[in-house]
Design a protein around this ligand. Structure first.
Ligand SMILES: [Zn+2]
Ligand SMILES: [Zn+2]
Length: 122
């Protein structure tokens, strides 16, 4: 079963990101996956993210429709230290990330983890 990117109207492809299956739109680089997948990606450390990765700015946050359920997604803050706004579907618990948002989330997670480790040795 294939789902369409709501931004580009093109079918999204299944790709593996750090061993986790995600739906990717090759046109806008938007990604759609489940909440569990997001946690799995955060916890894997296969990819080194440069520390100067900017937090993506999309100007005013754009409303998105869930590619799976066709309903408007909710905005949600993600991350403790670096906060990235993500789109979340209340119906299927799917998460939509625009290009660059995943790197930003991973970097935020990494910073939080590093702080934790540092505090343990104090
Ligand atoms: Zn797209
Ligand atoms: Zn949905």
């Amino acid at each position: 079963m294939s789902i369409q990117c709501k931004r580009c109207d093109t079918p999204m492809q299944t790709v593996f990101y750090e061993g986790v299956a995600v739906k990717l739109c090759f046109s806008c680089k938007g990604m759609f996956f489940s909440e569990e997948s997001l946690i799995a990606i955060e916890e894997s450390r296969e990819i080194e993210i440069p520390a100067d990765t900017p937090i993506p700015r999309n100007g005013p946050e754009v409303r998105r429709d869930c590619p799976e359920c066709d309903i408007v997604m909710k905005k949600r803050k993600h991350g403790k230290i670096r906060v990235t706004m993500i789109d979340y579907c209340q119906s299927c618990s799917g998460i939509w990330l625009d290009k660059g948002e995943l790197a930003s989330i991973q970097l935020g997670f990494e910073i939080a983890e590093n702080n934790k480790t540092r505090n343990q040795f104090r």
